[in-house]
Design a binder for this molecule. Structure first.
Ligand code: NFC
Length: 530
């Protein structure tokens, strides 16, 4: 038996994730993902008014604050047969688009970059050489004085001994490949990104009333009608433009520059044989003509449409009462009463194990980009091909930790570009007198619905069963549940567990390589166990 390494909790994520790996001859040979805290929001919803569900479920998370509300109102709208007006669809897209821009920038710079960028090494960089590097790779080159100032700020920070977010990292680890100048450039963009994300969050507040947890969604449409003025739309547009410029000029170039020093990661952290996306951003009706298509692909990029009847959650290895794997419409959340015990040979997590056609499936940016690529999506294809060419790697490199991180930047570009068209359509609708944002409806006695969307971390579905006008059952299957779920009744590992196998670990006391693959999935445990 190899050496067991436990990382608990994993930091720079939302929530309580424990990862255990077994390492033999410098490589991970087995892995276990565990969600360490139970929530119970599905249980709280039983018997409530379906119109209230989105307020509850949105509180699952403080990061992807909006997406649960969207999935929830979509589920109720399907159960009650409601078609929302075009303006509501567009404003929901604008809220969701800004969620992606904010979330992916924060992930790349603040939750993931420090796995690749050594802040301490940036202290020894030559600012003049850094300016040269930035001229070569960045769409927004900065001069030597700028980098010198950043370096002074970093030095003051480090010398103060209070490292704050930079504390407890594996600085100086042999797995860091970037030259000092690239470390300084990326550190500067870490700081820029920190300022920008605060501004980007305001896009949510404009059409959502507040951030986090926008308040303008209702079953049947949206209520932020007072904000549909040229001034408010312009305010939104200015922040969108600034964020999009950062994505095009800084985020994507940084991704390519950093990835070029880590090409070996194009062969690490893959291993999944199914990738699932529901697709997102309705261009016409809610479930019609999506900007990013839905589908399931395998490792040879063979495509099939999604059939949600094939989804079931298995709880064999999670801390729930025994039972068959169930489709979410008839799914149950029955936590084991009393004390539970962590045992990697038996039950070891609060996360359920979602399966598609009996198999585990990876969801998220990589799945969305692979599905779009397999379907010949023009914009995605161009960006993927450009990335592969720039890095001089083959398509196989997509199925990896590197591919997952690149896919996130690629889809941020695609979504940011599409937002312009939504803003223009909204403006022209309002100018022509179409201000409808809500479709009146009445609650049926009975109904069942599934609200699907694709959110920053992957495919999200909420299912509702209404009886007597109240919630009889409510279940949601979340991206981080798909990715971080445990083994199932067939002993099949979850996607992250599979992806970790084969990861090299140079120093078991500092398993930075494990963090790289785990962080590439952008875990959110607050969502995974809801
Ligand atoms: Ni929390 Fe999530 C919601 C997850 O469904 N996983 O992106 C989404 O959190 O960040």
């Amino acid at each position: 038996m190899g050496k067991r390494i436990i990382v608990d909790p994993i930091t720079r994520i939302e929530g309580h994730l424990r990862i255990e790996v077994e390492v033999e001859k410098g490589k991970v040979v087995d892995a276990w993902c565990s969600g360490q805290m139970f929530r119970g929001i599905e249980m709280m919803l039983q018997g409530r008014d379906p119109r209230d569900a989105h307020h509850f479920v949105q509180r699952s998370c403080g990061v992807c604050t909006y997406v649960h509300a969207l999935a929830s109102v979509r589920a109720v709208e399907q159960a009650c047969n409601i078609e929302i007006p075009e303006n509501a669809r567009i404003i929901r897209n604008l809220l969701h688009g800004s969620q992606f821009q904010h979330d992916h920038i924060v992930h790349f710079y603040h939750l993931h970059a420090l796995d690749w960028v050594d802040i301490v090494s940036a202290l020894s960089a030559d600012p003049a050489k850094t300016a040269k590097l930035s001229e070569n790779v960045s769409g927004r080159p900065q001069n030597s004085a700028y980098f010198s100032e950043i370096q002074t700020r970093l030095k003051t920070f480090v010398n103060s001994g209070q490292l704050g977010p930079f504390n407890n990292a594996y600085w100086g680890h042999s797995a860091y490949n970037l030259p000092a100048e690239a470390n300084l450039m990326a550190s500067a963009h870490y700081i820029e990104g920190l300022k920008l994300q605060a501004k980007a969050a305001r896009m949510h507040a404009i059409f959502g009333g507040k951030n986090p947890h926008p308040q303008s969604l209702v079953v049947g449409g949206i209520t932020s009608v007072r904000d549909l003025t040229p001034e408010r739309i312009d305010e939104y547009t200015q922040i969108w433009k600034e964020t999009k410029a950062f994505v095009d000029e800084v985020y994507l170039p940084d991704l390519l520059a950093i990835a070029s020093f880590y090409k070996e990661w194009g062969a690490i952290g893959g291993n999944n044989d199914a990738y699932l996306a529901y697709g997102e951003f309705p261009q016409k009706k809610v479930d019609d003509d999506l900007l990013l298509p839905g589908g399931v692909v395998d490792a040879s990029l063979a495509y099939a449409a999604v059939n949600t009847d094939k989804i079931a959650e298995d709880v064999t290895r999670a801390w729930y009462e025994k039972g068959e794997a169930k489709h979410p419409l008839s799914g149950e959340t029955k936590p084991i009463a009393g004390e539970v015990f962590y045992n990697t040979d038996d039950k070891y997590s609060w996360i359920k194990a979602p399966r598609y056609a009996g198999k585990s499936a990876e969801v998220g940016p990589l799945a969305r980009v692979l599905v779009a690529y397999a379907k010949g999506h023009d914009h995605v294809k161009k960006l993927v091909d450009h990335t592969l060419k720039t890095l001089d790697v083959g398509k196989g490199a997509l199925f990896s930790t590197l591919g997952r991180t690149a896919a996130r930047a690629i889809e941020t570009v695609v979504i940011s570009d599409a937002m312009e068209g939504w803003i223009e359509t909204l403006k022209s609708n309002i100018a022509s007198g179409n201000k409808k944002t809500y479709q009146p409806w009445t609650m049926p006695d009975k109904g069942q619905g599934g609200g699907l969307n694709d959110v920053p971390r992957g495919a999200l579905g909420h299912w509702i069963d209404i009886k007597g006008g109240k919630i009889k059952n409510y279940q949601y299957v979340v991206p981080s549940t798909w990715n971080f779920g445990p083994r199932d009744s067939k002993k099949q590992k979850g996607p992250v567990e599979k992806s970790l196998v084969g990861t090299p670990v140079a120093d078991p006391s500092k398993p930075i390589e494990v963090l790289r693959t785990v962080h590439s999935f952008d875990p959110c445990l607050a969502c995974a166990v809801h």
